[in-house]
Design a protein around this ligand. Structure first.
Ligand code: HEC
Ligand code: HEC
Ligand code: HEC
Ligand code: HEC
Ligand code: HEC
Ligand code: HEC
Ligand code: HEC
Ligand code: HEC
Ligand code: HEC
Ligand code: HEC
Length: 325
């Protein structure tokens, strides 16, 4: 994973107010020593003098890299009109000095030695405008130092479409080990089985605050449905409503009032083991909740039936205010 080297640099600059000095003197607190032109003022002189030589020149020494690259979607970069966006140099920058030195002077964007943040900024020069990536700069991932090449591999990927470094869900488990056991619970979304993907619900490139399932909650990098409602209703369309008789928590708080998203030991991925216990969390007749208490004929000591045996349409109904069939 990347580091927050750059942020430290910026905050130091703010404190000291001598940004010019800092970029050259701050020790690089990162696993990837920063030597790229985008960060060090020492290099731009070289960068300014460098010129674009074209991909055919790169090929002469990097034939192996080129061969793989030609089979990826990035090959379309050769269609750009501007030289600065074409082929290898569209990412690595103008290569004339690198070539003249026989590879001894690095290319302006020497990614293997750059921070994740700096790499991401370079990628976003082309990818920012894509709907999918627009929120990346404000995403939890970016702010925590996760960058494009933590998940994508330009030159090593075996997936020619998405250029993922590893397939899902292994890619995500690599950093989110705590989620893995949840998806092995007795009742779970079948992510490991390949039926549902992490990215069906999450956008690893960030999300709008409005995508939160609980209004006003954190977005957790969640997608929303095409209608702008909670992501869950993308697939569970029958729960989306609107219903003539809504069950209030479904509408106001959302699915997570009663369900967990990944997996649970409880049937239907409910938050609690027993349906009745779930209902009675709210339907106690207390003044705290506006949920009505259960009528007196619901004798819980003699009647061990599940509430949903009778109140079957628990997500809302067009016919019955009491959510019967
Ligand atoms: C004359 C041969 C030659 C040409 C032409 C050439 N390179 Fe290189 N390149 C090298 C050598 C040699 C190295 C390895 C340098 C080292 O390991 O210190 C290298 C290293 C690199 C690296 C960095 C690898 C790393 O591990 O950091 C990149 C990126 C790169 N070249 C891109 C390019 C691009 C883009 C072009 C075309 C503009 C190009 N090269 C043209 C010889 C060449
Ligand atoms: C879309 C951006 C992009 C393009 C286009 C691109 N590279 Fe790279 N290159 C990278 C990144 C990012 C890395 C760092 C390693 C990684 O994450 O795959 C890299 C790494 C390298 C390396 C270091 C060795 C390695 O395999 O990791 C060489 C050499 C290199 N590129 C050469 C080239 C050449 C030659 C071309 C054109 C045929 C090219 N690159 C096109 C982004 C790009
Ligand atoms: C100079 C512009 C440019 C830069 C810089 C660039 N890309 Fe791309 N990228 C493209 C183009 C063009 C495509 C092909 C899009 C298509 O198929 O319509 C592409 C495709 C992709 C794809 C494949 C998915 C798709 O839409 O087909 C991924 C993933 C990707 N880029 C990631 C990256 C990453 C990561 C970086 C930085 C290391 C990067 N790109 C840098 C232009 C760029
Ligand atoms: C945390 C992991 C992660 C990070 C970080 C990440 N991506 Fe992705 N990206 C993915 C996954 C997973 C997919 C495939 C989604 C799918 O299969 O629908 C993807 C898909 C893409 C696509 C194809 C989108 C499409 O469906 O058209 C592009 C382009 C792309 N990423 C570019 C980038 C760029 C540029 C960055 C950095 C600014 C980046 N990604 C950062 C995981 C990531
Ligand atoms: C069915 C939709 C769905 C799928 C599939 C899914 N998630 Fe989530 N995930 C959610 C929701 C909803 C939340 C928000 C939970 C909350 O706010 O309490 C969440 C929260 C998270 C969080 C934040 C930590 C937390 O518990 O709040 C992480 C990390 C996460 N998911 C990772 C993953 C990974 C990795 C995968 C794939 C292995 C995955 N998710 C698959 C819906 C999903
Ligand atoms: C390189 C490590 C890395 C990879 C790979 C990665 N993540 Fe993350 N992810 C993080 C870090 C770091 C955070 C922020 C700290 C945390 O919440 O654990 C985070 C946070 C999240 C969150 C919580 C956002 C929030 O608001 O709390 C979700 C959801 C998430 N990641 C989903 C995914 C999914 C889905 C994938 C796979 C496509 C993925 N991540 C791959 C490192 C990674
Ligand atoms: C008030 C609590 C509550 C809320 C809120 C809620 N559910 Fe449920 N859900 C239940 C209960 C209880 C069951 C089990 C019904 C049974 O026992 O027959 C269930 C079952 C399900 C089932 C499996 C059975 C079926 O009817 O298909 C799905 C899928 C489901 N819920 C999705 C959702 C989605 C999506 C949301 C958000 C839009 C949501 N639920 C909100 C309580 C709730
Ligand atoms: C990409 C589609 C998709 C999304 C998005 C999705 N689900 Fe599901 N969900 C499924 C599928 C498919 C199943 C059936 C799994 C099975 O049969 O193993 C399922 C099963 C369930 C069940 C259990 C049904 C039962 O009968 O036990 C519940 C509850 C549920 N989902 C709730 C949610 C909630 C809450 C969300 C949002 C956080 C959500 N789902 C988002 C596809 C999705
Ligand atoms: C998170 C709190 C909450 C949970 C959990 C919950 N409810 Fe409700 N329920 C409400 C609220 C609030 C109302 C709406 C009261 C109103 O409209 O005045 C309501 C309304 C109802 C009504 C309609 C009452 C009427 O006005 O006719 C029934 C029946 C009902 N719930 C049954 C259940 C059952 C059965 C369960 C368990 C599966 C359950 N509820 C779980 C909060 C909850
Ligand atoms: C044997 C069937 C049955 C079972 C089991 C059942 N109910 Fe009911 N419930 C009813 C009937 C019948 C009504 C009354 C409908 C009416 O008068 O319009 C009702 C009414 C309600 C109301 C509406 C009260 C009001 O003031 O409008 C709530 C809330 C409620 N039940 C909750 C529950 C909860 C919680 C459980 C589980 C602990 C449960 N029910 C189990 C049949 C059942």
């Amino acid at each position: 994973m990347g580091s927050n080297y750059k942020w430290q640099k910026w905050s130091m600059a703010a404190v000291l107010g001598v940004a010019g000095l800092i970029t050259t003197q701050l020790p690089a607190r990162t696993v990837r020593p920063s030597t790229n032109a985008a960060q060090k003022p020492a290099a731009p002189a070289a960068k300014a003098a460098a010129e674009y030589v074209g991909m055919d020149t790169c090929k002469t020494c990097h034939a192996d890299v080129d061969k793989q690259w030609e089979s990826t979607p990035h090959y379309k970069m050769l269609q750009f009109k501007q030289k600065s966006k074409q082929g290898c140099e569209g990412c690595h920058g103008p290569g004339s000095i690198h070539v003249a030195s026989g590879g001894q002077t690095p290319v302006p964007y020497d990614f293997p030695k750059m921070t994740e943040q700096a790499i991401s900024e370079r990628c976003l020069a082309c990818h920012q405008s894509r709907h999918e990536n627009m929120e990346f700069m404000t995403s939890v991932h970016f702010r925590q130092g996760v960058g494009c090449t933590d998940c994508h591999s330009i030159h090593q990927s075996t997936d020619r479409e998405t250029l993922l470094a590893k397939p899902q869900p292994e890619l995500c488990y690599g950093c989110h080990r705590e989620i893995q056991p949840l998806l092995r619970m007795p009742f779970h979304h079948r992510v490991n089985e390949g039926m549902v993907r992490c990215t069906d619900c999450h956008n690893p490139h960030g999300a709008l605050a409005s995508a939160s399932i609980e209004p006003g909650g954190q977005n957790k990098q969640l997608r929303s449905s095409p209608q702008g409602t909670a992501v869950c209703t993308t697939c569970h369309v029958d729960k989306a409503g609107p219903f003539v008789f809504e069950h209030e928590p479904v509408v106001t708080d959302g699915c997570l009032d009663c369900h967990v998203p990944h997996g649970s030991p409880n049937p239907h991925m409910l938050k609690v083991a027993n349906v009745n216990q779930l209902c009675l969390q709210c339907h106690t007749g207390s003044t705290v909740s506006n949920a009505p208490g259960i009528p007196s004929f619901h004798n819980q000591t003699t009647q061990f039936q599940s509430c949903t045996l009778c109140h079957t349409q628990i997500h809302g109904s067009n016919f019955s205010p009491d959510f019967f069939k």
